[in-house]
Design a protein around this ligand. Structure first.
Ligand code: EPS
Length: 383
């Protein structure tokens, strides 16, 4: 970690929503990790699911190609390059110079701010890059991070907690049967009543020609203590997780553990008491969400996030035409009604990346065997 930027792992994405493809480079993975495109396929598919998605998801069928960094099914230690084709591209490729200049910014989208910042006359290049289509590549990269974490027994799960004002009954994600139900659910919840409630909220938004946001939760199980650090602000893992999850398109709040609720409690009711059980320090609760002092404490890492409603609404919002200076209604072509279930999968990817980065930062290793040796020695040394 140097100057706020990790030197263990780093990645970049490139690509426009309606361009030919999305690309990404992940740098810093140790050599020797088994990896194929099939390892990325399931999460790419999961990200495309969810009740409330729009027409675009019927066009896309995301599959990542691995272009570099893997030899005979194992990582080489070199940068891993990925590509995901945009199947919508043939519908757009000849239109770059034909499409009318867009001058009516949607409230809530990057349209106006991006146009002002980059000195553009057309909103299109802003929306193309600001689009949540980019999260496809985040999920592909996150799947590689998850593969690394799985080597060390760390698994990442997610569920939706709320859509609009409709709340789901949270499931215990440490229970594989609950996880199975969440994965089978069209809105990533554990029980049928919650599913019905959340689907009804999405139907209501659809009937109103509107959109809805919500809240999701990502939990990482099996995280060893000692990732992150209390000694410097930019090394605190809670801060790094918050930044990563907040960077997902349309996320407006991130909480670790009890988050905002911690502000309502007395000190004696807000923390996680300890007791000795079979020679091990055991926690009575996990209100801190697995992080104390910006360091993992061995408890599951719990991150929650709020996604605002998608800003492209079929019901117009008041805005202005920058070309004429007139007050006009916002324009609409198509969009998702709700993408909170997809955002939960993207949240998993961001949490996976941050944990993989913190793990490699602490334990290093140019080859996965070396990383294992270092992790195992540390875990064995714990009291
Ligand atoms: C998005 C608008 C919609 C979404 C898109 C994100 O795309 P389009 O403008 O092509 O209808 O479907 O999400 C994805 C393409 C995706 O893969 O998640 C936006 O403006 O952010």
């Amino acid at each position: 970690m140097k100057g706020g930027t990790s030197v263990a792992l780093r990645w970049l994405t490139a690509g426009e929503s309606h361009g030919p493809c999305l690309t990404g480079i992940l740098d810093g993975m140790p050599a020797g990790l088994g990896l194929s495109a099939d390892d990325l396929a399931r999460d790419l598919w999961r990200r495309q699911q969810g009740y409330g998605r729009g027409g675009r998801m019927k066009i896309e069928s995301d599959r990542a190609e691995i272009l570099a960094g893997v030899w005979r099914g194992k990582t080489t230690g070199g940068p891993i390059a990925l590509r995901v084709e945009n199947r919508d591209w043939p519908n757009w490729k000849d239109k770059e110079y034909e499409l009318p200049v867009m001058t009516v910014p949607r409230p809530g989208h990057a349209d106006l701010a991006g146009l002002l910042k980059y000195g553009l006359e057309d909103i299109r290049p802003v929306l193309e890059r600001a689009s949540a289509r980019e999260t496809t590549m985040r999920v592909a990269i996150g799947a590689i991070a998850k593969k690394l974490l799985a080597e060390f027994g760390i698994v990442i799960r997610s569920q939706v907690l709320q859509i609009g004002t409709a709340r789901a009954t949270p499931g215990d994600l440490s229970d594989p049967r609950v996880v199975e139900r969440v994965e089978a659910s069209s809105v990533r919840v554990a029980d049928p009543e919650s599913e019905e409630r959340l689907r009804a909220a999405i139907d209501c938004a659809k009937d109103r020609h509107d959109t809805l946001g919500g809240v999701f939760e990502v939990v990482a199980f099996g995280v060893m203590p000692g990732l992150g650090s209390h000694v410097q602000w930019d090394r605190k893992l809670d801060g790094r997780l918050a930044q990563a999850v907040m960077s997902i398109q349309a996320i407006k709040a991130v909480a670790i553990g009890d988050g905002f609720q911690a502000g309502e409690r007395f000190g004696t009711e807000a923390h996680d008491g300890m007791e000795m059980r079979e020679g091990k320090v055991t926690r009575l609760t996990n209100r801190a969400g697995g992080l104390e002092g910006g360091i993992t404490n061995g408890q599951p890492v719990v991150v929650r996030a709020v996604k605002k409603p998608i800003s492209t609404t079929a019901t117009p919002q008041p805005t202005v035409d920058l070309a004429t200076g007139e007050n006009v209604p916002s324009q609409y072509v198509r969009s998702d009604v709700c993408a909170v279930p997809a955002a939960a999968v993207i949240g998993e990817a961001m949490v996976a990346y941050v944990l993989a980065d913190a793990l490699l930062e602490k334990f290093g290793g140019d080859n996965i065997v070396e990383t294992h040796r270092n992790v195992d020695a540390f875990v064995r040394s714990l009291p």
